[in-house]
Design a protein around this ligand. Structure first.
Ligand code: MCA
Ligand code: AMP
Length: 497
């Protein structure tokens, strides 16, 4: 059987540098070698992990990717989890996916060890693995399941999105072609590795192309701008919030620093924005500031990237462009026929080899989300002069904040456990930096008082930082059935009142 696609690609450029940090470089050959050592250790006495779910709690970089490849080469399913999630969030992902293994590096192993012990999940400290690749690795078909990504949606708990090696290959090849990835590209990686943006668009495409990745533990504006002014990158990919933060930093810099930073950005061959709407004003501000025209694209965990402005062609502010290679897109009115003309809004539906297989263990949710073989995104759009413009989402229970997709229902369920809260409705309110700000409207229990700071403190340990309410409004009663979709606009109105 042929090698898995990512292995075959790495063998094309074994000596090229895949990861570079201030203190180290690692080649594709080193990735191949290290991943086979880790794969041997994962297998132990077995011949094949047989799709066992292996969660990864490893800092981004060489060791992370070697661990990911090891899971795949040993026949497992990679389960990316958020490094900064709370224990209840980790527990949910591990139990829902019935994970068998957690792979953690030295810095993270201690944090998750008590949970692994409680759940009876095998914990592998990858930092302690050394030695030879002693085992023969199994043959893996590209149609085997490769990854489960948890995504929030219209249900209160996140659902696991299952993709195969073939799906991942299709998602990567489409972007490599559209954006003309090259072996001499260099890109920073500061986005979290439990989402498509970091996993596929940056890491997956770069490794596929023999390009170089500079990994960062997180987005650190100072560290990144320092590398930009050193002309370290040809490509840059980020969420709109990051462009807003970069604009703020550039504007605050001294004239000399600013000129050096702007020169670094100007030299790049492509800068991409996605994961949330890029306001046309931010797009235009960025062009004025750096001379770079951002390329905005649209995607989703279930499908990878679907629509993109053109690398060679128009990049229209406020629009997401045209379907990517290999991706079919149609608009559909909720109860009507497929929309064939322009200027008529409908739901975006997508078909193609990159589309996921199923929600893990949720056949009904999977069935509901497909219509005649087309994936229903839940996003509304309109086609204008050949380009799609996103108009919003069908569900008001989905919030996009800082590029993260959040379920209002999940946050409501957590807040309802607060001892002083009787009723709650969570909404996303427009915010210049975060896109939407998580906002809680609450009715308190009799004679209780609550302040935002104390609510936020209470949330720590229960919810990841980006799910914690930024704004709080206390009311004496919620509009009837506020937690249902129907009256959410009425909840929103409580803020403008
Ligand atoms: C953090 N803070 C927030 C939020 N997040 N405030 C409001 N809203 C938020 N969402 C606050 C914290 O409470 C803290 O406040 C301060 O900001 C710093 O927190 P920190 O976590 O350090 O923030 P950051 O590092 O500056 O993070 C901002 C970020 C991050 C870099 C934009 O959110 C990020 O990496 N987002 C990208 C997510 C992503 O990759 N999404 C792609 C998924 P205080 O200082 O008061 O304590 S979507 C996808 O994959 C699809 C397929 C697609 O299309 O791409
Ligand atoms: P996620 O499931 O986290 O991958 O988020 C996917 C969702 O992000 C989509 O369904 C859209 O609502 C939103 N999204 C992604 N890219 C864009 C974009 N360029 N403009 C508007 N919304 C976007």
């Amino acid at each position: 059987m042929p090698d898995l696609p990512f292995i075959a690609r790495a063998r094309l450029f074994p000596e090229r540098v895949a990861f570079r940090t201030q203190t180290s470089t690692h080649s594709h050959q080193q990735l191949l070698d290290r991943s086979s050592v880790i794969a041997s250790a994962l297998l132990g006495g077995d011949d094949d992990l047989k799709e066992a779910r292996a969660a990864l709690l490893v800092a981004p970089g060489f060791e992370y990717t070697a661990s990911q490849w090891a899971v795949w080469r040993a026949g497992g399913i990679k389960l990316p989890i958020c490094l900064s999630a709370t224990e209840p969030e980790w527990e949910y992902a591990l139990t829902d996916s019935q994970a068998g293994i957690v792979i953690a590096d030295a810095a993270n192993a201690a944090k998750i060890a008590p949970l692994c012990a409680r759940l009876g999940v095998r914990l592998v400290n990858v930092s302690e693995i050394s030695g030879d690749a002693s085992k023969a690795l199994p043959d893996i078909d590209v149609n085997r399941r490769a990854m489960i990504l948890y995504t929030s949606g219209t249900t209160s708990k996140p659902k696991g999105v299952v993709t195969t090696h073939a799906n991942i290959q299709a998602q990567i090849e489409s972007l490599v072609q559209a954006w003309e990835w090259r072996a001499d590209d260099r890109i920073p990686m500061f986005l979290p590795l439990h989402h498509i943006h970091g996993i596929i668009n940056i890491t997956g495409c770069a490794l596929w192309s023999g390009a170089l990745i500079e990994p960062f533990p997180r987005f650190d504006v100072g560290a990144i701008l320092e590398r930009v002014r050193a002309d370290a990158y040809t490509l840059f990919m980020a969420v709109p919030t990051i462009y807003v933060k970069l604009i703020q930093a550039i504007e605050a810099a001294s004239a000399d620093d600013r000129a050096a930073i702007v020169t670094g950005f100007k030299k790049m061959r492509l800068m991409v924005s996605g994961s949330a709407a890029l306001p046309a004003s931010v797009h235009e501000q960025w062009t004025v500031l750096t001379g770079q025209e951002l390329l905005e694209r649209y995607g989703m965990t279930e499908i990878g990237m679907a629509i993109s402005n053109l690398y060679r062609g128009e990049r229209r502010p406020g629009s997401v462009g045209a379907p990517l290679p290999g991706v079919e897109v149609r608009l559909k009115a909720e109860t009507g026929p497929v929309i064939t003309g322009e200027d008529e809004p409908g739901e975006i539906q997508v078909r193609g080899p990159g589309v996921f297989q199923a929600y893990w263990n949720r056949p009904e949710a999977t069935a509901e989300t497909f219509e005649d073989g087309w994936f229903r995104t839940g996003d509304m759009a309109v086609l204008e002069r050949g380009y799609y413009r996103i108009m919003g989402r069908l569900s008001v229970d989905i919030i996009k904040s800082g590029g993260y997709k959040l379920s209002a229902l999940e946050i409501e369920a957590a807040l309802l456990e607060h001892p002083l809260i009787a009723e709650v409705a969570v909404i996303g309110l427009p915010d210049d930096t975060w896109g939407e700000a998580v906002t809680a409207v609450v009715v308190l229990k009799r004679d209780a008082t609550l302040e935002l700071a104390s609510l936020r403190d209470w949330c720590k340990g229960r919810l990841s930082v980006y799910k914690i309410p930024q704004r709080l409004r206390i009311v004496s009663e919620l509009p009837r059935n506020a937690m249902g979709k129907v009256t959410k606009p009425a909840v929103r109105a409580l803020f403008s009142a």
